[in-house]
Design a protein around this ligand. Structure first.
Ligand SMILES: *[C@@H]1O[C@H](CO)[C@@H](O)[C@H](O)[C@H]1NC(C)=O
Ligand SMILES: *[C@@H]1O[C@H](CO)[C@@H](O)[C@H](O)[C@H]1NC(C)=O
Length: 353
C-alpha cells in the first residue's frame, strides 16, 4: 500500500516536472524578439542621416537624408564631440512611438585604415560590474568617456518626462553600432530603461563571450544586421577554438544576401541563430568587401563630405548650443516646444568649424 502511494506521488511529480519544463521552454520561445523588417529599414535611415555634417539641417530635420521614412522626426538633442570626432542624436519618432538614438560611425581616418586597425584591437577592458566580461577599450570609451554619454542620457530623461516610458530604439552603423550597443546596455543597467531595443548595421565585434552572455540577457531585443561580404562584422576576428580569449558577436544577426543567380537573383534577409556566431550566416562567406559595408537596404551609410570632422552650422542654430572647454557641444531644445523651424536662406553664410 505504502509503496503504491509513493509510486503515485513519483508519477505525479514527474508529470509535473515534464509540464513545468515544457512551460518554461514555451515561455522562452515566446519571449524571443522578432525581427521586424519595417523597423530595420526605418532605423537604417536614421543611421545614415547621423553622418551628415550640416548641423543646421540635422537639428531642424531638413537634411537630404531626413525625409522618406523618417519624416516628422523631432530632434531633441544633437551631440557633437569635436575632440573625438563623434556625433549622435536623440529625438522622438511619433510614428514608431519611440525615442530614437543614433550614433555616427568612424570619420577620422580613411575607412581602409580603420578596417586595417580593427584586426589588431585587443580585448583590454573589463566591463565594469561584469566579472570576466572583456570588451574593447576604444569602442567602450567612445561612448562612456566622451560627451556622448551625458548628452544621450540627459536627452532620454527629458524625452521620457514628456512622453512617458515609451520604447527606446538605439541604432548606428559600423563603430556607431558598437556605440549603440554600449549605450543600450548603459540605459538598461544604469538608467532604468526597460524597453530598449537595438538594431545595428555592419557592426564590428566589441567583446568576448562572457560579455555577450551578459549583454544578451540584459538587452535581448537586439538585431545586428550584416550585409553580404561586408568586412567590418568579421572584425576583430573570431577564433572558435579560443573560447575565452576571442571576440564574440552578440545575437541576433540578420544576414542580407542575394540568393539565386542570373536573372533569378533575389534578396534574402536571414534571421540567424541565437549564438551570435551562426556559421551559416555572414561567417559562411569571406568578409572582403568595403562597398558592402557602405550600403544597407539600398541606403547609403557614410559621410557626405570627404572623411573629415568638418561641421557646418548656421549661427541661429548655434544659439541652441552649449559648448564645453574641449570645444564639444550639444544642441538641444525643449521637447515640449514646437519643432525648430528656421527659414534657411542660401545667402546666409554658415559657420564652418
Ligand atoms: C513592425 O513594426 C511596425 C512599426 O512599428 C508595425 O507597424 C508592424 O506591425 C510590425 N510588424 C510586425 C510583424 O510586428
Ligand atoms: C578617459 O579619457 C581621459 C582623457 O581623454 C583619459 O585620461 C582617461 O584615461 C580615460 N578613461 C578611460 C576609462 O578610458
Amino acid at each position: 500500500m505504502e509503496q503504491r502511494r509513493w509510486l503515485k506521488i513519483a508519477i505525479l511529480m514527474s508529470l509535473l516536472a515534464i509540464s513545468c519544463s515544457r512551460e518554461l521552454k514555451v515561455k522562452h520561445k515566446d519571449n524571443l524578439p522578432i525581427y521586424n523588417h519595417t523597423i530595420a529599414t526605418i532605423l537604417v535611415e536614421y543611421a545614415s542621416a547621423v553622418y551628415l555634417s550640416d548641423l543646421t539641417e540635422l537639428f531642424t530635420w531638413t537634411c537630404s537624408r531626413c525625409d522618406d521614412l523618417t519624416e516628422g522626426f523631432e530632434v531633441i538633442e544633437l551631440i557633437v564631440d569635436v575632440e573625438h570626432c563623434l556625433q549622435g542624436f536623440v529625438g522622438v519618432a511619433k510614428d514608431l512611438n519611440a525615442i530614437v538614438i543614433a550614433f555616427r560611425g568612424t570619420q577620422e581616418n580613411s575607412i581602409q585604415n580603420w578596417v586595417e586597425d580593427l584586426y589588431w584591437k585587443q580585448l583590454d577592458l573589463n566591463y565594469p560590474g561584469m566579472p570576466d566580461a572583456m570588451v574593447h577599450h576604444g569602442f567602450y570609451s567612445a561612448y562612456h568617456n566622451t560627451t556622448m554619454r551625458p548628452g544621450v542620457v540627459n536627452a532620454v530623461k527629458r524625452a521620457k518626462k514628456l512622453y512617458g516610458d515609451i520604447n527606446v530604439m538605439v541604432t548606428g552603423h559600423s563603430m556607431g553600432g558598437a556605440m549603440a550597443a554600449f549605450c543600450a546596455l548603459d540605459l538598461k543597467v544604469n538608467h532604468e530603461t526597460q524597453n530598449v531595443q537595438v538594431v545595428t548595421f555592419g557592426q564590428p565585434r566589441i567583446g568576448d563571450s562572457a560579455f555577450v552572455a551578459y549583454y544578451s540577457e540584459l538587452v535581448p531585443n537586439t538585431f545586428r544586421v550584416t550585409n553580404e561580404h561586408d568586412i567590418v562584422p568579421h572584425l576583430p576576428p573570431y577564433y572558435p577554438h579560443l573560447t575565452q580569449k576571442t571576440y564574440h558577436h552578440f545575437p541576433t544577426e540578420v544576414w542580407l544576401y542575394n540568393a539565386g543567380f542570373g536573372s533569378l537573383v533575389y534578396p534574402v534577409e536571414k534571421v540567424c541563430d541565437d549564438s551570435g556566431e551562426d556559421p551559416s550566416c555572414s561567417r559562411s562567406v569571406m568578409g572582403n568587401s568595403i562597398s558592402d559595408h557602405l550600403e544597407y537596404y539600398g541606403v547609403e551609410l557614410g559621410g557626405d563630405t570627404p572623411r573629415t570632422c568638418r561641421i557646418v552650422m548656421d549661427p541661429r542654430v548655434a544659439a541652441y548650443g552649449v559648448q564645453d572647454l574641449g570645444g564639444n557641444f550639444i544642441l538641444s531644445r525643449d521637447p515640449s516646444t514646437s519643432v525648430v523651424k528656421l527659414k534657411i536662406e542660401s545667402s546666409i553664410p554658415s559657420n564652418v568649424i
